[in-house]
Structures are given as structure tokens and as C-alpha cells.
Design a binder for this molecule. Structure first.
Ligand code: ZN
Length: 108
């Protein structure tokens, strides 16, 4: 992969990471607030469930982004971890933290 492409994906990963972290902080705040609410308790519980689910998704995505950044450092970025072929740029542009190509992801 060219240094230009690599740099573009690195920037995309860092931007995405910052966005997810910002969102995660907002969610942590809204969760704290819902606990202090005297409103419908079952409703608050449901909201909590959703927020916890979202926080787990955030954590998973952040881990994937960190691993992708590690792979950039180690020079493994953009190589499918299943078939070891290069992952097409268009897929990396869409999902820069991916570690598998589309055929491998879909089990083809
Ligand atoms: Zn593959």
C-alpha cells in the first residue's frame, strides 16, 4: 500500500476514534442522569439497557480501531487476516478498521 493511502486510513481511524470517544462520553453522562430521574423506572431501565448495549458496541469498535492502528505500525495493515490478500482500498475507505476482505467476511 502506498504511504499516501496508509496515511489516509490512519487519519480516518483517528477521526473515527475521536468521534466514538466523544459519543461514549455523552452516553455515560446521559446514563448517570437517568439514574437520578424520578420518572418511570421501567422506562429508565430500558434506556439503560440500550445505553449499555451502545457502550459495548463503542468499546468493541474502539478496540478494532486500536488494533488497526497497531497493524499500521507493524506493517500488517490492509492485509486480510484470513486469506492474506490485500484488502481493496474501497473497502478500507468504507471500513478502515476491518481486518478481513469482503469474500472472507461473507465466508465465500
Ligand atoms: Zn480475505
Amino acid at each position: 500500500m502506498s504511504p499516501t493511502d496508509l496515511n489516509r486510513h490512519r487519519q480516518a481511524l483517528l477521526t473515527k476514534k475521536a468521534g466514538v470517544e466523544r459519543l461514549a462520553r455523552t452516553r455515560a453522562f446521559s446514563r448517570t442522569r437517568s439514574h437520578g430521574d424520578d420518572g418511570d423506572r421501567s422506562m429508565a431501565a430500558t434506556d439503560d439497557q440500550i445505553v449499555i448495549q451502545l457502550q459495548q458496541n463503542d468499546a468493541k469498535l474502539l478496540r478494532a480501531i486500536d488494533k488497526a492502528l497497531d497493524r499500521i505500525v507493524s506493517g500488517e495493515y490492509g492485509i486480510c487476516s484470513e486469506c492474506e490478500e490485500e484488502i481493496p482500498q474501497i473497502r478500507l475507505d468504507a471500513v478502515p478498521w476491518t481486518r478481513v476482505c469482503v469474500p472472507c467476511k461473507e465466508g465465500l
